[in-house]
Design a binder for this molecule. Structure first.
Ligand SMILES: NC(=O)c1ccc[n+]([C@@H]2O[C@H](COP(=O)([O-])OP(=O)(O)OC[C@H]3O[C@@H](n4cnc5c(N)ncnc54)[C@H](OP(=O)(O)O)[C@@H]3O)[C@@H](O)[C@H]2O)c1
Length: 330
């Protein structure tokens, strides 16, 4: 029997998502990896319990998370039913569709046909009546943006999603999506881009578009899938994502180039001087920008969740620290 920690709201920070009424925890948990059918169920439970006990109220999923695709939603649905049923109104659960999910022309990208069917499948797998946020997972160059956005609006009108978001859309595409959704009466709540010390594209326009329009921003892979931690400084640990053969976009050995590891080694020294782990500093570095609503972290162990959230103890950087970091990243 799981009973949530009564002190779970004591230390987590909650940030307003753009100009909406919704607040999200500054650190959220994502289930892209480590919650598939190949993963130990009790460990998955433990990670979710640890996160919720620390005040992490937001769990980020998608139709294709696993492996196999769909398995993370099934695992999460089982945990919800077993442990979190009575806490549903304390949770923000998101799902997405946009990547290939089933064969044929209706299981991928951004058509109304695909997105409506996919959301119904996700709700069934998680045993939910609605998701709190539904995202279009990636831009579709072929489907008219009006069709995809009208579909997001319809989901809200049907009560299957409370809010809508987009992921990995460029600044220009985001501006267009914002305008279409605004005209439909369902404002864009949030954008989910990849953003870390190693991947900086959002700084070239996207964050300004979001800020100007009052849209929130929740980042993914802010630890670069584990590269921005101290775990790969002395080789590849057997229990790491790189050592696994998970597929579905998980980083592999070739991501650990000498150039990258040399930067990580130097960043690790800066983190030490700040009395933080490198993981904490990498997350703090993203959260220093008030335009960021939340960082979604992944975790293969409960201890990683408790370690990562300590980034909230210090996300202020001196000018000197910032310029040292910029020099390392150059
Ligand atoms: N919208 C999109 O297209 C998209 C794409 C990717 C991800 N996402 C979302 O973002 C979430 C996070 O993505 P991600 O898994 O790439 O994130 P990440 O936070 O960059 O990487 C997570 C991995 O980092 C390691 N780690 C985490 N905390 C650690 C700590 N404190 N100390 C040492 N190592 C630590 C673990 O690696 P080990 O497994 O090696 O222990 C963990 O599996 C996903 O679950 C998903 O919800 C969205």
């Amino acid at each position: 029997m799981y009973t949530a920690n009564p002190k779970r709201y004591n230390s987590m920070q909650y940030r307003r998502c753009g100009k909406s009424g919704l607040k999200l925890p500054a650190v959220s948990l994502g289930l892209w990896h480590n919650f598939g059918a190949i993963d130990d169920y009790e460990k998955c439970r433990n990670i979710i319990h640890t996160a919720f006990d620390c005040g992490i109220t937001h769990f980020d999923l998608a139709n294709n998370y696993g492996p196999p695709p769909g398995a993370a939603e099934e695992t999460f649905g089982k945990i919800l039913k077993q442990d979190l049923k009575s806490y549903r109104d304390e949770l923000i659960i998101s799902s997405k569709a946009g990547w290939g999910m089933w064969p044929g022309p209706y299981g991928d990208l951004g058509s109304k046909k695909y997105l409506m069917a996919s959301l119904d499948q996700s709700l069934k797998r998680m045993g939910l009546e609605y998701v709190d946020i539904f995202y279009h997972h990636r831009p579709d160059p072929e489907t008219p943006l009006e069709e995809t956005m009208t579909t997001l609006d319809l989901m809200v009108r049907q009560g299957k999603a409370l809010y809508v978001g987009i992921s990995s859309y460029s600044a220009e595409e985001t501006q267009k999506a914002i305008e279409i959704l605004k005209a439909l009466g369902t404002p864009l709540l949030i954008h989910q881009p990849k953003y870390s010390m190693l991947v900086r594209w959002v700084e070239d326009g996207l964050l300004d578009v979001l800020d100007k329009n009052g849209v929130g921003c929740i980042t993914f892979s802010s630890l670069a899938q584990g590269i921005l931690t101290n775990k790969y400084l002395n080789g590849i640990p057997a229990d790491s994502r790189v050592a696994s053969t998970r597929g579905n976009g998980a980083i592999e050995k070739d991501a650990l180039t000498e150039e990258t590891i040399s930067k990580v080694r130097q960043l690790n020294e800066v983190a030490k001087q700040r009395n933080q782990s490198l993981a904490q500093m990498a997350l703090a570095w993203v959260l220093k920008d008030p335009r960021i609503t939340s960082v979604i972290v992944g975790a293969s162990k409960p201890e990683q969740v408790t370690d990562s959230i300590q980034c909230l103890n210090n996300y202020n950087f001196s000018k000197e620290e910032l310029s040292t970091i910029e020099n390392i990243l150059k």
